[in-house]
Write a protein of this length. Structure first.
Length: 281
């Protein structure tokens, strides 16, 4: 999960006692957020909303509540919180992007496109919304719309990292893996600490059968970030293709430990095993 936005609430000058209690509850919620204690943060935010239900800053609190609930896995509640926030401030770019991101994560793709489009209507140069909408279009198999968004990003910034990442994803989607390798390489030349570029290039190498190169990029990616379950899933696939079955199973277990779906991990293992049986025949 990336690019979620917690909104800092700026306290207004007030003198009445209950407003001071409201501010204290908000401060407590941020202390919990800093500790990633999501249940604690949710409790304090809800208490603050009850304390002063008409406070002008409640749209920001509701957005934060939605993000906290998302981290807790309460996706339906999170959508409701973001929606309630937007009822107060319907033109908030940050809140629209938060809700769009969650819609995309739960495969409500049309709703994600709608929210990102609202953001772009408010600010045609909103690069993050253009990039994320392009990726959602790819999920919807609308490659023309995806390409349009990535090209728009390049027009806004010829060196846009997101534009290049988008085009690399488009090339992978169309099975042009050699081309995607070239784009990821260009990104890495610009920034050799770009985890996503190493991951993407490793995945492309995997699909064209260059397993040694895939392993090199996976190793580099793990030096940059060790808590992404997807990198272990990819390494499991590479390991299995190189007949390192024991390590592959351990990598799938590690991915599950980091939050990857056990059901999806089992499906991947079944697929790898089935492919091996077909190859032996």
């Amino acid at each position: 999960m990336k690019r979620l936005i917690f909104i800092i609430v700026l306290f207004l000058s007030v003198t009445i006692l209950f407003a001071q209690d409201y501010n204290n509850l908000v401060e407590k919620s941020f202390e919990c957020i800093e500790k990633e204690d999501w249940s604690c943060a949710e409790l304090y935010i809800l208490d603050a909303l009850k304390q002063d239900p008409s406070n002008i800053q409640n749209s920001l609190l509701l957005s934060n509540l939605g993000t906290v609930q998302r981290y807790m896995g309460k996706n339906a509640e999170a959508i409701k919180s973001y929606t309630n926030a937007l009822m107060i401030t319907p033109r908030s770019v940050a809140i629209l992007k938060n809700r769009a991101s969650l819609y995309a994560a739960i495969d409500s793709l049309d709703k994600a496109v709608s929210d990102y489009s609202r953001v772009i209507a408010l600010d045609s140069k909103e690069s993050e919304a253009l990039y994320e909408r392009g990726l959602v279009y790819l999920q919807k198999r609308d490659t023309l719309s995806a390409r349009y968004d990535f090209e728009t990003l390049l027009k806004l910034d010829p060196n846009s990292r997101d534009a290049y990442m988008g085009f690399a994803a488009l090339m992978k989607y169309r099975n042009y893996y050699d081309e995607s390798v070239g784009i990821y390489t260009k990104i890495i030349k610009l920034n050799d600490k770009d985890y996503d570029a190493y991951f993407g290039r490793a995945e492309s190498y995997y699909y064209i059968g260059k397993m040694s190169k895939a392993r090199e990029d996976i190793k580099k990616a793990l030096e940059l970030k060790k808590d992404d379950p997807l990198i272990y899933v990819l390494r499991a696939k590479v390991g299995w293709s190189q007949f390192d079955r024991e390590s592959a199973i351990k990598d799938l277990d590690k991915a599950v430990e980091l939050g990857f779906s056990k059901e999806d991990a089992d499906k991947i293992l079944d697929s790898l095993q089935s492919n091996t049986k077909r190859f032996r025949r």
